[in-house]
Design a protein around this ligand. Structure first.
Ligand SMILES: Cc1cc2nc3c(=O)[nH]c(=O)nc-3n(C[C@H](O)[C@H](O)[C@H](O)COP(=O)(O)OP(=O)(O)OC[C@H]3O[C@@H](n4cnc5c(N)ncnc54)[C@H](O)[C@@H]3O)c2cc1C
Length: 404
């Protein structure tokens, strides 16, 4: 008899949602997290509308303590190299949270048995299900068995690397980094700011949380992120009057390009994979809504497997088709404007943008994509996704690393 019905690895939104659905169904659920809780997570903490709805439905209303004192996100501001910035208002505000307290709220409400400071180091299939090697202190290891394991361990998943190493060998990786400053900057603290300027990496952003100004950028793995970040800070100094007074902390992580390139990895045997580990990430780096949804679906697939004797992975593959299409719609030129995760008034914003700036806007965007978009394979994947969506009209042929 295994120690648990389900072992959930990783206490982010996917892990908490998975644990919640398993506990609700009465399964013996263990949630392990390698870091002591509450743990921080590199993130802008924008909780999209569907994510907030999901949280309210399954976990209860977002506590005020999770929210940033600087207020909710009001939309997105796009800053170009040579033409005036474009503000795209949200159709409603999106919560701006601190991830350490947001995630901790979810984990506490999941009702699962939680072991923090405990890393899952290895996984193997056994006749009764899965055995995992857990490390809770240097040199201290234990073995836990479960009927199923759900990997919710984020953008670089140790479980995926162990169970199916070929998946990660075939994907591109982005490195993202952000730094927290106190100081002043001539930007409205309401929107999420992103910048299409060359020489500062594939993606740049400025956000506000409490009295912090957070400045971040991303590049492909192997590039030097420090140089991009320095250039971005200089750009903010010269264009937006950025005057950093003190820099308090920095954080970074790796992110896989599985989802945008339609190479989702959803699991193998008794191991299911959810959230960013599986490739669920929307354009602009919005991943909380898909992590919550797929974590919950993975839990439900395990519940069906145990209660009805069905194959968990088959149930999960079918259940996540919609979420996979939602990700692919984001990374598609033809669907992007209609399917943005945070409902933005894009059409109205572009309609108000002065026509005389359109040639410059197109030029800036093209130059940016031409210089920064190379190497990741994401631009080519977006063209392919757009074509597949047009050609198949309703659906993508979802998942090249497909177990269906
Ligand atoms: C800079 C940045 C900004 C972002 N901004 C936003 C945003 O504003 N809005 C949004 O929706 N999304 C945003 N995202 C994406 C979002 O953070 C992720 O998509 C989301 O957190 C994924 O949730 P998850 O549960 O799959 O994984 P995570 O939240 O990454 O959680 C994984 C957990 O697993 C743990 N873990 C890892 N390995 C092990 C192991 N071996 N054993 C045990 N535990 C382990 C980790 O410590 C972590 O706690 C951003 C991402 C980045 C990098």
């Amino acid at each position: 008899m295994p120690d648990f019905d389900v072992l959930v690895v990783g206490a982010g939104p996917a892990g908490a949602a998975c644990a919640k659905s398993c506990v609700q169904a009465g399964l013996r659920t263990l949630l392990v997290e390698r870091r002591p809780l509450p743990r921080s997570k590199p993130c802008s903490g924008l909780v999209a509308l569907e994510a907030e709805r999901f949280v309210t439905k399954h976990f209860g209303p977002l506590p005020a303590a999770c929210r940033s004192r600087s207020g909710d996100y009001t939309g997105i501001a796009l800053h170009f190299a040579s033409v005036p910035s474009l503000f795209v208002p949200g159709r409603c505000k999106a919560a701006n949270v601190w991830r350490h307290s947001f995630d901790h709220f979810l984990v506490e409400r999941s009702g699962a048995e939680v072991r923090d400071g405990t890393r899952c180091a290895a996984v193997e299939e056994i006749p009764a299900g899965v055995a995992a090697r857990l490390c809770d202190r240097p040199g201290q290891q234990s073995r836990v068995t479960a009927r199923y394991l759900v990997a919710c361990d984020g953008g670089y998943s140790k479980v995926v690397a162990v169970v199916a190493p070929e998946v990660y060998r075939q994907t591109a990786w982005a490195l993202v980094y952000q730094r927290y400053y106190r100081g002043r900057i001539e930007l409205d603290p309401g929107p999420y700011h992103t910048f299409l300027a060359r020489g500062m990496g594939i993606y740049t952003w400025v956000t506000f949380k409490d009295d912090f100004i957070i400045v971040g950028c991303g590049c492909m793995r192997g590039d030097r992120i420090g140089g991009y970040h320095r250039r971005f800070v200089e750009h903010l100094r010269s264009r937006f009057g950025f005057e950093p007074k003190e820099s308090l902390r920095d954080e970074g992580c790796l992110g896989n390009a599985l989802g945008p390139t339609n190479r989702f990895f959803l699991g193998k045997g008794r191991v299911l994979v959810a959230g960013e580990a599986a490739g669920f990430l929307h354009l602009g780096g919005e991943g909380i809504s898909a992590a919550l949804a797929t974590g919950y679906l993975a839990g439900q697939a395990v519940v069906s497997a145990i209660a009805e004797g069905r194959d968990a992975l088959t149930c999960y593959l079918a259940a996540t088709r919609h979420e996979r299409e939602r990700v692919l719609d984001q990374w598609s030129f033809t669907r992007l404007f209609r399917s943005f995760a945070h409902p933005l008034a894009l059409g109205a914003a572009f309609a108000r943008y002065p026509w005389r700036h359109y040639p410059g806007l197109v030029r800036d965007t093209y130059r940016f994509l031409d210089q920064e978009g190379r190497g990741s394979g994401v631009g080519a994947a977006m063209v392919r996704n757009s074509w597949q969506r047009l050609w198949s009209r309703r659906r993508y042929s979802v998942g090249e690393v497909e177990q269906e």
